[in-house]
Ligand binder design. Structure first.
Ligand code: NAD
Length: 460
């Protein structure tokens, strides 16, 4: 099939590359000329495991092309996917200017070409309920006929950055929102190779499809936030949130995924989608109280670790150096949008600290946001040189089993604040660290071994 992808960011690039991998002819469009030029030469603008191999193969086999010309995609393709940004507007609602602007451009191209054929315009961006109808209205306003010249489909994306290629190639479900049988048939044909093991393609009306995406993200954000609140209470009552997670996760009604307490959710989706759903509800005079609470709790949770560090040093970090491990909003990505690490770093800087940071992939993306306000280090251990404390913000694999003896030797004092609960208490005690994590009993200096560390074993 001939597929156009408009917007070649995290979602568009994965979508286009994976459709090409399945044998489709794909044209990806972006306004960013440097990005398009790089992609033509096989250079990925993002870090996403597994994507590079597919990109190179499909470029080589001429199934995947990149252009800045929307006209190229519109004339060549039957399905046009909009994978455009939908950032929060001033009032928190999703800004649809990219989606509606490109739709208008598509309408102009179709009306000016007498030979143009039937197109399916697919919303892959996360968009508020009613957007499919708004997109259709833009096309109709230019004189195009629904069902004859075009149909509009909602096809929300559920991929997770870091495992996006696997998620796209083997989706747990595909949601298709359309009232057009013709468009549904084309969408089924496109997605059937991705669900050969029997996962469902659910066809529903446009509004329910759009709402499904927001409901999924709002539920997941709520689940994380609930565990963070449990963790906060655990700290007050002396319980251990790891035990609670195991204890409730075995209940099949709850499930054992997404129950890890930490420093709050970030990324380009959860914060903006929770906000947008709350706005949609309030536009319909409904007070979606849980969502406001989720956002408030998450805000507090994201600065909590920094506040604890500042309090530990008596209210000021002046003259202190803080080592930060992890800048990306989660592991296996270079994405730092709404990253808790950035919020923590800003607060540490306000508190007077000098910050030395390391992340395996997110140094460059962080540099674009934080500039030279912090020192970027080339590896995890160099970040520790002369630091008074280590703060862990992202659970990259390589941080899970470090050389604790080396860490002790590099830090001015054996002190760790761990926002991702990476280490076992016994290990911290054994290596003589003072250790604070989320929702678990702290390991305080009086309990830590004062003697020389003798072993590398016994890590969590
Ligand atoms: N990132 C995720 O994990 C994820 C997951 C599911 C859904 N989504 C949703 O998918 C949508 C896209 O998200 P993203 O993370 O890929 O965004 P992104 O910012 O990474 O990518 C958007 C791309 O669109 C391009 N663009 C902007 N205006 C354009 C135009 N007029 N014509 C062509 N290209 C244009 C930008 O240059 C950019 O490359 C959003 O609605 C988001 O909420 C994202």
């Amino acid at each position: 099939m001939k597929v156009g992808i408009i917007g070649t960011g995290y979602v568009g690039l994965v979508t286009g590359t994976c459709f090409a991998e399945m044998g489709n002819e794909v044209v990806c469009v972006d306004v960013d000329e440097d990005k398009v030029e790089g992609l033509r030469n096989g250079k990925l603008p993002i870090f996403e495991p597994g994507l590079e191999v597919y990109l190179h193969r499909n470029l080589r086999e001429d199934r995947l092309s990149f252009t800045t010309s929307l006209a190229d995609a519109v004339s060549a393709c039957d399905l046009l996917f909009l994978a455009l940004p939908t950032p929060p507007g001033a009032d928190g609602s999703a800004d649809l200017s990219f989606v509606l602007g490109v739709t208008k451009d598509i309408a102009d191209l179709l009306t000016s070409d007498p030979a143009s054929s039937y197109k399916v315009v697919v919303n892959k961006s996360t968009v508020p309920v009613g957007t499919a109808e708004r997109v259709a209205r833009v096309l109709v306003a230019e004189g195009l006929k629904a069902g004859e010249d075009f149909d509009v489909v909602s096809n929300p994306e559920f991929l997770r950055e870091g495992v996006a290629v696997d998620d796209f190639m083997k989706p747990e479900r595909v949601i298709v929102g359309t009232s057009s049988e013709r468009a549904a048939k084309l969408m089924r044909r496109l997605y059937e190779p991705f669900v050969r093991q029997g996962n469902p393609i659910l066809v529903m009306d446009e509004r329910s499809s759009e709402m499904t995406k927001y409901a999924a993200n709002a539920f997941l954000a709520t689940k994380i936030t609930f565990m963070n609140e449990i963790a906060n209470v655990c700290e007050l009552v002396g319980a251990n949130v790891d035990e609670i997670r195991r204890g409730i996760g075995l209940d099949s009604r709850i499930g054992n995924k997404f129950l890890y307490a930490g420093i709050g959710f970030g990324g380009s989706c959860f914060p903006k989608d929770v906000q947008a759903l709350e706005r949609t509800a309030s536009e319909h005079s409904y007070d979606f109280q849980i969502l406001q609470a989720v956002l408030d709790v998450n805000d507090k949770q994201r600065s909590k670790l920094a506040e604890q560090v500042i309090a530990h040093f008596g209210g000021s970090l002046s003259g202190k150096t803080v080592a930060v491990w992890g800048l990306a909003f989660k592991p296996n990505t270079d994405d730092v949008r709404e990253a808790p690490a950035h919020i923590i770093i800003r607060r540490l800087l306000e508190g007077g600290a000098v910050v030395r940071a390391f992340d395996p992939e997110a140094i460059e993306t962080t540099r674009r946001v934080l500039g030279d306000t912090i020192t970027y280090c080339t590896d995890d251990y160099s970040a520790l040189e002369g630091a008074d404390v280590l703060v862990i913000c992202t659970e990259w694999h390589e941080f899970r089993r470090p050389d604790f003896k080396r860490i002790r030797g590099l830090l001015r004092q054996p002190l760790i604040f761990d926002g991702r609960n990476l280490y076992a208490e016994e290990t911290m005690r054994e290596y003589g660290f003072e250790y604070y994590s989320i929702g678990r009993p702290p390991v305080r200096p009086s309990e830590t071994a004062k003697t020389e560390v003798t072993t590398h074993n016994g890590m969590s």
